[in-house]
Design a protein around this ligand. Structure first.
Ligand code: ASP
Length: 444
């Protein structure tokens, strides 16, 4: 008989997720954003909405997300310093940067091209009648020059306080290089940072063990309130984004892995399950950094000197899933408003979507802000976003899973090309599983 191995963390997170979705689907029969249901318990009545959904589940979910985010800045800073100060060849840093940025931009451009092509073939925006009202304020896409300038912090503490990933990376890399350059004194500092890194990675492990409960709370609240009717009305758009995400994930990434590294895509995707579930549950590639880093180093076998750099970098500049949503959404909105886009416009969409992803942090819903930039560039009404906003949260969770998988795929490719990937670890299906256990030292 088929049995769930509940000692396996991936299985537990998955069960937490299913149970949360199930509870949310039950709760939604009784409550909504505006309605409540009271369970009479003799002396007091317990409100499902106030006590369970907006109380316990909301708190549980937020505490889980906040705890993950709490680790991001210290982890990125410490692990990049560790990574850079152990680099023996200074040219390597330039190569790492060049290869990862190049691959991130290439995969994002491919993703949006795939999305535009599918949307032009299947025309999701034709025959749509429902228009929900809503406002969306567009920001302008940043210029390339400004993106470069903004990478350099005037105040590293401020960069950390604001969680500005690119600025933190620049400062950490400089700090790491300088540490390597000062000889024996630097070795002492490097050793301290190594220890700190181990401590922070342990906190990551503890949090991962709490993930089944966190994900349960997040899913239960989300599915209590989520607007399922919107999916029906936007089924074609929804399905098209999902198909494009799957194609890009399973085909494009497999091809990259197979042809650039010879590594097995099946092993890669099997090992990505946990990080993908975290990304799905949190809808934030930034909050998932700790887990992606753990996956890339302990399970996929990339050395920290590569992964500590490529993973945080990818969480801000690589958003293939988001680019796919933007591609399909742009065509959808153009078709809805019966606007004909020219080839130039489409190139503009590819360019703006790729550029917009560079300076934007991977947090929930940020894709819509980037979409507003894209629409403005090609003179489409930004109000069109109101059409698709109803299904965006679910799509956000799915595309974040792709974003995170893309970061890890590029990490494998770059690490392999630099001789920084341990293939024994990659091919070992049990690699990293021991690291996920939390045991307190016993006395005596
Ligand atoms: N939530 C996505 C991420 O964090 C960004 C988005 O598509 O909204 O990667």
């Amino acid at each position: 008989m088929f049995k769930f191995d509940t000692s396996n963390l991936t299985v537990r997170i998955f069960l937490g997720m299913l149970a949360g979705i199930g509870l949310g689907l039950i709760f939604r029969q009784f409550v909504s954003e505006t309605e409540d249901f009271l369970i009479p318990l003799g002396i007091i009545d317990i409100s499902i909405k106030g006590f369970f959904v907006d109380g316990i589940l909301h708190a549980g979910g937020q505490i889980f997300i906040n705890s993950l985010k709490m680790l991001v800045v210290p982890l990125v800073f410490v692990s990049i310093v560790c990574g850079t100060c152990s680099l023996t060849d200074p040219k390597k840093l330039g190569r790492l940067g060049g290869k990862s940025v190049g691959l991130y931009i290439l995969t994002t451009a491919l993703a949006i091209t795939l999305a535009l092509t599918l949307a032009l073939i299947f025309k999701p925006g034709e025959g749509i009648e429902q228009v929900s009202s809503g406002n969306f304020n567009a920001k302008e896409a940043p210029s390339l020059v400004q993106i470069f300038i903004d990478m350099f912090p005037t105040n590293p503490i401020e960069a950390m306080a604001k969680g500005n990933m690119l600025q933190i990376i620049v400062f950490a890399v400089l700090f790491g290089i300088a540490t390597a350059l000062i000889g024996p004194k630097g070795k002492r500092i490097a050793a301290q940072f190594e220890d700190l890194n181990n401590v922070i990675m342990r906190i990551v492990t503890i949090l991962m063990n709490l993930a089944p409960y966190g994900v349960f709370c997040l899913m239960a609240k989300l599915f209590t309130y989520i607007d399922m009717n919107a999916i029906g009305a936007l089924l074609k758009y929804f399905m098209l984004v999902v198909v494009a995400l799957l194609l890009h994930g399973f085909i494009t990434y497999s091809l990259f892995l197979k042809f650039l590294t010879g590594l097995s895509p099946v092993i890669f995707f099997t090992k990505m399950r946990e990080a993908a579930m975290f990304a799905f549950g949190t809808a934030s590639s930034s909050a998932t950094i700790p887990v992606s880093l753990e996956t890339a180093t302990h399970k996929l076998g990339a050395r920290n000197s590569t992964a500590s750099f490529t993973i945080p970098l990818g969480s801000t500049i690589n958003m293939d899933g988001t680019a796919i949503m933007q591609g399909v959404a742009t065509v959808f909105i153009a078709q809805f408003f019966a606007v004909d886009l020219t080839l130039n416009d489409y190139l503009m969409v590819v360019f703006t979507a790729t550029l917009a992803s560079i300076g934007t942090a991977g947090v929930p819903g940020v894709g819509l802000i980037m979409l507003a930039m894209v629409l403005t560039q090609v003179n489409l009404p930004v109000e069109g976003i109101a059409l698709i906003i109803g299904v965006d949260r679910l799509l956000d969770m799915l595309r974040t899973a792709l974003n995170v998988s893309g970061d890890c795929m590029v990490t494998c490719v770059v690490a392999k090309s630099e001789g920084e990937l341990d293939e024994t670890v990659f091919n070992d299906m049990h690699a990293g599983l021991k690291d996920e256990e939390v045991h307190f030292p016993q006395k005596g």
